[in-house]
Design a protein around this ligand. Structure first.
Ligand code: PLP
Length: 449
C-alpha cells in the first residue's frame, strides 16, 4: 500500500467537520483539541506513525502524542499486554501489584547510577514534576527552585511557576512562591555568547553568581529543574558538557538536580534517557512520563532513596498513580524500545533527518537553524539569518502541513519553530515524505513578509 499520507478528501472532510462542530459545542477552548488547530484531525484509528480520521484520510504523525508514543500507535505487543491485564485487574490503588513492581524494577534498572533510588508513580508529567519539587523542598528544608526560560513542566498550579511561560500564567494571580528563572543554554538566541561552549559556561557562571552573592535577591535554593533537551521550547539540546557542569554546580551549593525527561526519555534522543549522553551526570530526581507507558496515563519520579525517605508515608499519591493497566502498557512498551533497539534507531534516523533539513536550508533562507538530538528535531524560522529575528509562522505552517497530511509540532520560544517528534518506528522514507511536505509548506508560507 502507498505510504502515508493518503488523503481521500481534502482535509477537513465532511465527517470531520461534523464532529468538529460537536466538539466545539462540548469542549472548552482552554483544552488542547483546538489549542493546536481549529481544524484538527478527528481520529478513528491509528497504527505506527499512521493516523486515520473519520473520513478515511490517513495522516503521517510526526508528533506521536507529544512524545508519548515512542513505539508508535497501537504497537501489537502493547495492545496485547493491555488486553491481557484488562482481563485481570485494572485498579490497585494502595494494593501491591506484580505488574507495577516489575515496571518499578525495570525503570530503576534503566536509570541506573551509583546511588540507590526509589520510584513514585503519578498519572501525568505535571504531577510527577510537582512531586519532584515537593520532595526536593522537604528533603532540603529550602523553598526556592530555579527553572529555565522556555522550559515546560506542566500546566498545573504547582508545575507552572517553575517554567518561564507567562502566557500560561495569565489570569491566575499568585502561584506557588519561590521560583527563579535563568536563561536556557540556547546558543542560537543567547544575548551574550552564541558559541555553544561559551554560552553553556556563561550560564553556569551566572547561576553560580546568583547562588553565591548574598545580595543577589535569591534565597536558599532547594533545586534546579531542567529538560536536557528543551522540548516545547523548540527541541533545543543543552550543549555537551552543560549537564555535567550543572551537576557540579548543584553539588557545590548543596542544591538538588531535577532532570525532567517527560519528553526526552525512553529512547527518544538515542539513549534510554537524554542525561545518559554525558558521563558522570546522575539526577537527584528524574521526572518521567509520556512514553513510560506508551500512551496510557502514567508518570514517575525516580528519586535518590535518601531524598525519598525525607517524606512521610502517604504524603504523595493519587487514585490513578501507578495504575496497573498503564503499568502493563509500560512494561510492554519498554520491551519494544529494547528489543527493537529504538535508541539506536532514533540516533541513526535523527542524523538522517537533520541532514535532510540541512539540505532545505539552501532553498529556504527563512530556516535559521536546524537542530536536534535523536528524534527530537527542529527547524527554527527567522526573518533573516543575520538578525535572527523570529518568523512566527509555526502555527500557520503546521496547519498547512496538516492539509497535506503531515502532523508536525509548532513551538519554540517565539512560535517560530517547526518541531518533529515522530514515533521511533518510522523509516527513512517517512522522513523524506515529511521533509518534502515541509519544503512545500515553506514555499507557500515561508516568505518573511
Ligand atoms: C518536559 C515536560 N515535562 C512535563 C510535561 C507535562 O506532562 P503532562 O502533559 O503529562 O502533564 C511535559 C508535557 O509536554 C513535558 O514536555
Amino acid at each position: 500500500m502507498k505510504r502515508a499520507p493518503r488523503l481521500r478528501v481534502p482535509h477537513p472532510g465532511p465527517r470531520t467537520r461534523e464532529h468538529l462542530n460537536r466538539i466545539r459545542n462540548s469542549e472548552t477552548r482552554a483544552g488542547l483539541t483546538f489549542g493546536m488547530s481549529p481544524e484538527t484531525v478527528v481520529v478513528e484509528r491509528a497504527l505506527g506513525a499512521e493516523v486515520e480520521d473519520v473520513d478515511g484520510n490517513v495522516f503521517l504523525d510526526f508528533v506521536a502524542g507529544f512524545g508519548s508514543l515512542n513505539a508508535g500507535h497501537c504497537h501489537p505487543r502493547v495492545v496485547e499486554a493491555v488486553r491481557e491485564q484488562a482481563g485481570k485487574v485494572h485498579q490497585a490503588m494502595s494494593l501491591g501489584s506484580r505488574t507495577r513492581v516489575e515496571l518499578e524494577e525495570k525503570v530503576l534498572s534503566l536509570v541506573g547510577g551509583p546511588s540507590p533510588k526509589k520510584i513514585l508513580f503519578g498519572a501525568t508529567g505535571s504531577e510527577a514534576a510537582e512531586t519532584a519539587i515537593k520532595l526536593a523542598r522537604r528533603a532540603t528544608g529550602r523553598q526556592e527552585v530555579v527553572g529555565f526560560t522556555g522550559g515546560f513542566h506542566g500546566r498545573t498550579m504547582g508545575a507552572l511557576p517553575f517554567m518561564g511561560r507567562k502566557n500560561q500564567r495569565e489570569g491566575l494571580g499568585a502561584l506557588v512562591p519561590g521560583a527563579h528563572h535563568v536563561p536556557y543554554p540556547y546558543p542560537y538566541r543567547n544575548p551574550v555568547a552564541r558559541e555553544a561552549k561559551e554560552c553553556a559556561e556563561g550560564i553556569i557562571r551566572y547561576i553560580d553568581e546568583f547562588m553565591s552573592n548574598p545580595v543577589s535577591g535569591w534565597g536558599e535554593v532547594a533545586a534546579i529543574i531542567i529538560e536536557p533537551v528543551q522540548g516545547n521550547g523548540g527541541m533545543i539540546p543543552a550543549p555537551p558538557g552543560f549537564l555535567r557542569k550543572l551537576r557540579a554546580l548543584c553539588d557545590r551549593h548543596g542544591v538538588l538536580l531535577i532532570i525532567d525527561e517527560v519528553m526526552s526519555g525512553f529512547s527518544r534522543t538515542g539513549e534510554m534517557f537524554a542525561f545518559q549522553h554525558e558521563e558522570g551526570v546522575e539526577p537527584d530526581l528524574l521526572v518521567l512520563g509520556k512514553s513510560i507507558s506508551g500512551g496510557l496515563p502514567l508518570s514517575a519520579c525516580v528519586v535518590k532513596a535518601e531524598i525519598a525517605d525525607a517524606s512521610s508515608p502517604g504524603t504523595e499519591s493519587s487514585t490513578y498513580a501507578g495504575n496497573v493497566l498503564a503499568c502493563a502498557s509500560g512494561l510492554a512498551s519498554i520491551a519494544v524500545y529494547e528489543e527493537e533497539e529504538l535508541s539506536k534507531r532514533a540516533a541513526e534516523l535523527g542524523g538522517i533527518f537533520l541532514r535532510r533539513l540541512e539540505e532545505l536550508t539552501e532553498r529556504h533562507a527563512v530556516i535559521g537553524e536546524v537542530r536536534g538530538r535523536g528524534l527530537m528535531v527542529a527547524a527554527e524560522l527567522v526573518r533573516d539569518r543575520e538578525s535572527r529575528e523570529p518568523l512566527a509562522i509555526a502555527k500557520v505552517a503546521s496547519d498547512l502541513a496538516l492539509k497535506k497530511g503531515l502532523f508536525l509540532y509548532p513551538g519554540g520560544h517565539y512560535g517560530n519553530v517547526l518541531a518533529f517528534l515522530p514515533p521511533l518506528v518510522i523509516d527513512e522514507g517517512d522522513i523524506d515524505t515529511a521533509v518534502g511536505i515541509v519544503d512545500e509548506v515553506l514555499l507557500e508560507a515561508g516568505s518573511p513578509n
